[in-house]
Design a protein around this ligand. Structure first.
Ligand code: RP5
Length: 163
């Protein structure tokens, strides 16, 4: 297996059904990634250590998913200069995910987290790929093809409606 350049981390393995979508789309684009469970609350030292060592391990983008009082993305962003993408998760103990959304998106000035929609792990993966593609023309082409497929899907829907 090659060196991962995107880390996908989540607060609990109960977040995996949502976060798997980020891994799936990165796999589709051929972007090497790793999946890990760590928690801002249950394993705070491990989380800070992960964030501090990510650049040195060759990671380029970090995707963080968490539910409830979702502090994982913010804590990671506090300890790295890498782009951090936050996925608010509607977990079983969550208030429809709005608690996670606000906990992830409402960061203090100076410590940004690029927050996607509640359970928006697929978009997090796409955004990570778009960041990586800034320096990878072959990946850029895959993203162009992907966006074209979305456009084609809309055209196909219109063709079906007017058949
Ligand atoms: C959060 O609490 C996790 O990210 C998860 O979304 C939620 C519930 O975790 P578990 O109790 O299922 O481990 O920290």
């Amino acid at each position: 297996m090659s060196q991962p350049i995107v880390s996908i981390i989540m607060g609990s393995d109960s977040d995996l059904p949502v976060m798997q979508s980020a891994a799936d789309i990165l796999k589709q684009f051929g972007v090497e990634h790793e999946l890990m469970v760590m928690s801002a609350h249950r394993t705070p030292d491990r989380t800070i250590e992960f964030a501090k060592s990510a650049v040195g391990r060759g990671i380029k983008v970090i995707i963080c998913g968490a539910g409830g009082a979702a502090h994982l993305a913010g804590v990671v962003a506090s300890s790295t200069t890498l782009p951090v993408i936050g996925v608010p998760i509607n977990s079983s103990n969550s208030v429809s995910g709005v608690d996670s959304l606000l906990s992830t998106v409402q960061m203090p000035s100076g410590i940004p987290v690029a927050t996607v929609a509640i359970n928006g792990a697929k978009n997090a993966g796409i955004l990570a790929a778009q960041i990586i593609a800034l320096h990878q023309p072959d990946l850029q082409q895959k993203l162009i093809n992907f966006k074209q497929s979305l456009k084609d899907g809309v055209q196909a829907a219109n063709d079906r409606l007017n058949r």
